[in-house]
Ligand binder design. Structure first.
Ligand code: GAP
Length: 508
C-alpha cells in the first residue's frame, strides 16, 4: 500500500512538472478538489473526448450528440429527484474534526478485505506456478471464502440500511466493523447525516429564493429534457441514443484523491432510448460495448472489472460500474444503468408536456425506457495516466521515466529533433515539422543533447522521436524512435506520415 501511495504522489508531481495538471488557483494557495489542465493535459483530455465521441456518435447511425447548457430550469432538479435525494451520508470524527462519507468508509473497509483475498491468491500463484487455477482456488480456499462471505454480508447490510434510509444503522455498522478515523485513530464518530451535493447560485438581478438555479450535477438531464426536440428534428427511431460531453458540479464532501473526485468535472454520457421490455437486452449490449471500448485502449483486462450495484434506485432494474485499478485500488470509472421510464415520466409530470414516442411498427405511443452509459472524463484521464506512468531501469543503471500512454491519446504524436544545432539540420527538421503539423500535434526541439531530448519526450509520452542527422541531408531519410521499445528505424521522410498514422491506430 505504501508503494502505491508513493506511486500516486509521483504521478501527481509528474503531472504538474510536465504540464498535464496544475492545482487550481495555485498562486492563491489552491482550492480543494478543483484542478486546471495544462498544455499537454488539455490535449490528452481532448483526445479522450474525441475517442469517445467517435465510437459513440460517429460510429453509430442511431446515436446523435447535443451540447446542452449548464444552467437549466430549477424544476428540472426537482423532477429528477436531485433536490430531495442527491445526498451523500456524511460522518465526522469528533477527535480529528475530519469529515468522511460513511459509504466511502465502508467501501474502504471492504477494499481491505479484498486486499487480503488478493494477497492469498498471489501467494498461491507463487506456490503452484503454471499449474495454478485461480477460479478453482477462489471457489475452494476456505480463507478466501470466509473473506468473500464477510464482504457480501457487509455490502448487503449496508445496501439494506441505505435503502431504508436508516442512518442510525449505518453509524452502528461503522462502529461494529471497528472502523477508525485514519487521522485520529479513534472511533469517536458523530451521527450520520445527509448532505446535498448540488451547488446553487442566483440568476438575474433579484436575490430572491425564486431565482435560485443549480449548477448541473450531471449532464444527463440536459438530454432527457431535449428528448422530444432531438427525436422530432432528427426523425429518430427507437432504439436511438443521445450523447453529450460536458461539465458537471458536485459539492463533494471528501475530495482527497486528485482528479478522481472533483467539485467541477466532466462527464461523457449517453442515454439510449428503447422499447419497454427490451431494456435488459440493451443493458447487456452496452455493458459489453463499453468494456470493449476500454480494452481497445490496450490496457489489460486485469485492470478492469464489473461491480454490480446492490442498492438499486426504486425505478431501476439493473446497474453496474466498470471499475478500474487506480493506484488507490479498484474504483468506479463508468456507470451503466437501466433506468426504466423514470426520467421521462418525471419530466412529463413536472413540465405538464406529453413526452412520448409513437412507434410506427407497434403503432402505439409509449414512454421509452432508458439505458445510460456515464463515464467521467477526468477519471478516464487519471486511469490512462496512472497506468502509463512507468519508471524503467535501463541496462546502464539509469532510470527512464516514461508515460506509456495509448498512442491514439498522446498529446504530442511526434517530436522532430535535429541531431545538432548546425549544418542545416535545424532547417531540415523544421521542414519536416511543417509537413507533419497538419496531420498530427508535433513538436520541434533543438535544446540539449539528443539523449536528454529523448527523455523529455518519454516523460510527456510522445510515441515517436524523429531525428535529422548528416545522412538525412544526403538521402532524405530520418531515424524514428519508438517510445516503448526505444527501437529505431531509418525511413524516408516521405513515409513518415503513413508510419505515424499506422503506429497510433487504436486496437479496434
Ligand atoms: N447520470 C448518471 C451519473 O451521473 P454517476 O455515477 O453519479 O452517474 C457518472 O456519475 C460518472 O461520473 C462516474 O462513474 C465518474 O466517472 C464520474 N464522476 C462522478 N462524480 C465525480 C466527481 N466528483 N469527480 C470526477 N468524476 C466524477
Amino acid at each position: 500500500m505504501a508503494n502505491n501511495e508513493d506511486l500516486f504522489k509521483k504521478i501527481i508531481s509528474h503531472s504538474k512538472e510536465y504540464g498535464y495538471i496544475f492545482p487550481s488557483s495555485e498562486i492563491y494557495d489552491g482550492m480543494a478538489a478543483v484542478y486546471d489542465y495544462g498544455q499537454y493535459g488539455v490535449e490528452l483530455k481532448n483526445n479522450i473526448k474525441q475517442y469517445w465521441w467517435k465510437s459513440m456518435v460517429q460510429m453509430h447511425d442511431n446515436i446523435v450528440g447535443i451540447d446542452s447548457s449548464i444552467f437549466m430550469h430549477p424544476k428540472i432538479w426537482k423532477a429528477s429527484g436531485h433536490v430531495d435525494a442527491f445526498n451523500d451520508p456524511l460522518i465526522d470524527n469528533k477527535d480529528s474534526k475530519k469529515r468522511y462519507r460513511a459509504d466511502v468508509l465502508i467501501e474502504d473497509h471492504i477494499a481491505k478485505i479484498e486486499d487480503k483475498i488478493e494477497k492469498e491468491v498471489l501467494k498461491a500463484e507463487k506456490r503452484f506456478g503454471d499449474s495454478f487455477n485461480k477460479e478453482e482456488f477462489v471457489s475452494t480456499n476456505q480463507r478466501v471464502l470466509d473473506n468473500q462471505a464477510k464482504i457480501d454480508d457487509i455490502s448487503s447490510r449496508f445496501a439494506d440500511l441505505m435503502n431504508a434510509e436508516n442512518l442510525e444503522g449505518v453509524k452502528l455498522l461503522i462502529e461494529e466493523l471497528g472502523i477508525v478515523c485514519p487521522i485520529s485513530g479513534t472511533k469517536n464518530w458523530t451521527d450520520v447525516r445527509q448532505f446535498n451535493l448540488m451547488f446553487s447560485t442566483k440568476m438575474g438581478s433579484l436575490s430572491e429564493d425564486t431565482n435560485i438555479v443549480y449548477l448541473r450535477p450531471e449532464t444527463a438531464q440536459g438530454i432527457f429534457v431535449n428528448f422530444l426536440n432531438v427525436q422530432k428534428s432528427g426523425r429518430m427511431k427507437i432504439p436511438f441514443g443521445i450523447a453529450q460531453i460536458g461539465k458537471a458540479f458536485r459539492n463533494e464532501i471528501v475530495a482527497r484523491q486528485f482528479i478522481f473526485r472533483m467539485r467541477e468535472f466532466e462527464q461523457m454520457e449517453m442515454q439510449f432510448f428503447v422499447r419497454p421490455g427490451e431494456e435488459l437486452k440493451w443493458f447487456e449490449h452496452w455493458k459489453e460495448t463499453r468494456m470493449k471500448w476500454h480494452l481497445s485502449l490496450g490496457i489489460p483486462k486485469t485492470e478492469y472489472r464489473f461491480h454490480d450495484h446492490e442498492k438499486l434506485a426504486h425505478y431501476a432494474n439493473a446497474a453496474t460500474d466498470i471499475e478500474f485499478r487506480f493506484p488507490f485500488g479498484f474504483k468506479e470509472l463508468e456507470g451503466i444503468h437501466s433506468r426504466g421510464d423514470f426520467d421521462l415520466k418525471q419530466h412529463q409530470e413536472f413540465s405538464g408536456k406529453k413526452i412520448q414516442y409513437f412507434d410506427p411498427e407497434l403503432k402505439e405511443n409509449y414512454t421509452p425506457y432508458v439505458v445510460e452509459t456515464s463515464i467521467g472524463l477526468d477519471r478516464t484521464f487519471l486511469a490512462v495516466l496512472s497506468h502509463a506512468y512507468t519508471e524503467q531501469t535501463l541496462e546502464d543503471g539509469t532510470i527512464r521515466t516514461v508515460l506509456n500512454l495509448p498512442k491514439v491519446l498522446c498529446p504530442i504524436k511526434a517530436a522532430i529533433l535535429p541531431l545538432v544545432k548546425k549544418d542545416n539540420m535545424p532547417e531540415k527538421a523544421k521542414e519536416i515539422e511543417k509537413m507533419l503539423r497538419s496531420d498530427f500535434m508535433v513538436q520541434y526541439d533543438e535544446k540539449d543533447a539528443i539523449g536528454k531530448r529523448y527523455r523529455r519526450q518519454d516523460a510527456i509520452g510522445t510515441p515517436y522521436c524523429i531525428t535529422v542527422d548528416t545522412q538525412t541531408l544526403e538521402d532524405n531519410t530520418v531515424t524514428i524512435r519508438e517510445r516503448d521499445t526505444m527501437h529505431q528505424d531509418r525511413i524516408p521522410i516521405s513515409d513518415l506520415t503513413n508510419y505515424i498514422h499506422k503506429g497510433i491506430r487504436p486496437l479496434a
